[in-house]
Design a protein around this ligand. Sequence first.
Ligand code: PSU
Ligand code: MN
Length: 302
Amino acid sequence: MVLVVSEKVREALDAGRAVVALESTIIAHGLPRPRNLQVALELEDTVRRSGAVPATIAVLDGRPHVGLDKEQLERIANEDGIRKLSHRDLPLAVAAGASGATTVSATAQLAALAGLRVFATGGLGGVHREWTATQDESADLGLLARTRITVVCAGVKSILDVPATLQRLETLGVAVAGYGTERFPGFYLSDSGYPVDWTLQTPEQVADVMRAQDALDAADTALIVANPVPETEQLDPALHARVLADALQACDAEGITGQAVTPFLLGYLVRHTDGASLEANLAAVRGNVRLAARIASAWARG
Ligand code: PSU
Ligand code: MN
C-alpha cells in the first residue's frame, strides 16, 4: 500500500488507543509563517496532553503520510512549492512524486483509509457566495457524504454562503450536530446566525452517535460535530462583517479563482483585522482539537 502510517500511529491503532487526524492545509496555506509551524506543533501537543495520539496528514514526495515527525511538519510549514491537495489531487500527486498539504477532503479520505475515525480542523469548506456564477463548492462536502469519519470543526468558514452549505449537507445526507449549542457556529464567530437540528453535550454522546451510524449500516457518511469558538475569543462581529465585505470585493477585483479563493480570503482577513481573525481562527482550532481528543478517547473506550 502506498500509505505510510507512522509507527506511533500504527501502535496506537493496533492497541485500540485514541488517535486524532489533523489536516495540513491550514498549516501550509491557512496560516502565515512562522506562526504556522508553532501552531502545528502546539496542536499535536494538545492532542497528546488530552490523552490521544496526533496524526497530521500530508503527502511528501509522492507518499501519503498519516502521522508526521517534526522534520516532516517543518517541510509542510516552510518548504516552497507545497501544493494544496484535495482528494481528487491525491493520485496525481502520488504519481508525480509531489509534496502537498491535504485539505479536509483529502485528509478525511486518507484518515479513513488508515482506520482513523476522528478528525479535527478549523472550518470546513462549503458553498461559496456567488455560487450561481462560479459553481465553487468545496470538495469537502461531497467527500464527507461518502466517508465514515467524525469531523470536529467550528462550522464552515464564514467567508462562505452558510445557509447554502447547510442545505447541501442536508441534501447530501451528512449528519450535523452542534456541540453544546443549538446554533450553527460561524468559524470566527460563535454563532453563524443559523440553527442546528441536533445538539450533543458530551464526548460520550458523540461516540454513541458514531456507534449508531455503524449499527445502522447505511451508506458511509460523516458526522459533523460543530463546536463554537468561545464568545470571549470570537472575532468582533461588526469588524468581521465589514472586512469580509471588502475581502470578497478584493477577491473579485483581483480575479482570484479556484483553489486560491479560500487562502486569499483568509489572508485578507488576517491583514485587515490586525491579526484578530488569526487569533479567533486559532482559538477555534484549539478548541476543536481538544474536543476531538476527548471524542476519540470516548470512542476508543468503546
Ligand atoms: N480550516 C482553517 N483554515 C484552512 C482550512 C480549514 O481554519 O485553511 C482549509 C481546509 O483544508 C479546507 C480548505 O478543506 O481550507 C477548503 O478549501 P476549498 O474552499 O478550496 O475547498
Ligand atoms: Mn473552492
